[in-house]
Write a protein that binds this ligand. Sequence first.
Ligand code: HEM
Length: 446
Amino acid sequence: MARLVRPPGPRVRSLGGSFSAFRADPLGFLTRCTEDYGDLCYFRAGHQHMYFLNSPALVQEALVTKNAAFMKSRILQRAKSLLGEGLLTNEGASHLRQRRLVQPAFHRDRLKRYATDMSALAIRSRARYADGAVVDIDREMMRLTLAIVGRTLFSADVEEDAPTVGEAMNALLEMMPVLMFPLSQYLQYLPIPFMRRFMKAGETLDKTIYRIINERRASGEDTGDLLSTMLASRDTEGDHSGMTDKQVRDETLTLFIAGHETTATALTWAWYLLAEHPEVEAKMHRELDEVLGDREPTFEDVPFLPYTGHVFGETMRLYPPAWAIGRMATMDLEIAGYQIPRKSIVLLSPYTMHRSPKYWPEPDRFLPERWETEDPDRPKFAYYPFGGGPRLCIGERFAWMEGVIILAALARKWRFRRADAAPVQLAPLLTLRAKGGLRLRAEPRY
Ligand code: HEM
């Protein structure tokens, strides 16, 4: 049998391979791989074979043309014990059917209603700031996007309804890091108080969600939220059936988890970049003043706030919340002339691609103006903060709208400045966060 030829990459002979270098500084490690080895780099992390794809064409192969040869990587598989068969963790035909059933919840007429909620909650949040007060902007953005997902998902006020949905959802958020722990599937069988508490939180959460589902099914009321749309949805391309309670429960939790931290981290970085670039901030303020005057932002305003949109988009170029996307090969396949054996991990990084000088002039510069004209030479997958192909983020339009509305609603009244001079470091966790959080000082604009 012919010997398997691996693509170029760091060759580390120890048992762990490049695992410790990758774990210590994943962004630095991946950036060095792109510089030293180019479009395709192979490394070993323990017993795991990793293929890191770095060109837009190869990303397209992994996400679009050869998508059927892959499944989500192990980290997400682990989340199945909580998220069940929701869109993030589901695979194959079942994923496609669920995608058809959830999609109507993101149609234009629905987004319009969500925009009203987003604006109202952003206004409520901005009323809490005081002149000169230091704001933990990362926590504030998390709190705001959490409130928005609670309201748009099931018309619940996560901040105010603490004893019901809010409490159960907070318990869920605490559970997520535990689930990402490598041996989490065994942890749940340990009779330790810590684990018992989490299991109980899971039960409370399920009870709450099933109660809401039952109440809605019984009343048949369409409250205009994501849950109502999911309950009413029928698979018109299949057997016209809808979702079972278990499926609605899985999708609800999935949207709750997938729908807030990503947007919150993007917004945190946007405020940071605006604080560091007063000329960009002034231009955004001019747009907001001209388009909105003394009105609050609405769904209809979003297309008329292009520069604010470019600020959000350029932020996600420099700081893509999903800084890496992983897949596991379910069969042997070929990419760029190399054999990739079944069970290998294919790794993609929007972070390294978005900063590649091959596709971005002055790649490290925050320049929202670069989006004002289309660059015909830039390949599609040189920018992919929302992934692509059949697993493209279902909340992409929701997130763009949320980003613009929150930036507009807050910047109508406040500007933010750095509260300390320490350099900000990156923390590539589940999303790309600022290490230790980010403190900004609020200044009233008028
Ligand atoms: C700036 C904000 C956001 C970013 C950067 C983002 C990014 C992504 C990315 C990269 C993926 C694909 C992951 C992969 O291929 O492995 C994804 C999937 C997903 N996202 Fe988002 N997302 C954002 C906001 C949202 C929102 C607001 C929602 C829901 C309200 C949402 C729901 C989902 C779901 C359900 C999936 C799985 C889709 C599927 O596989 O069919 N996301 N997101």
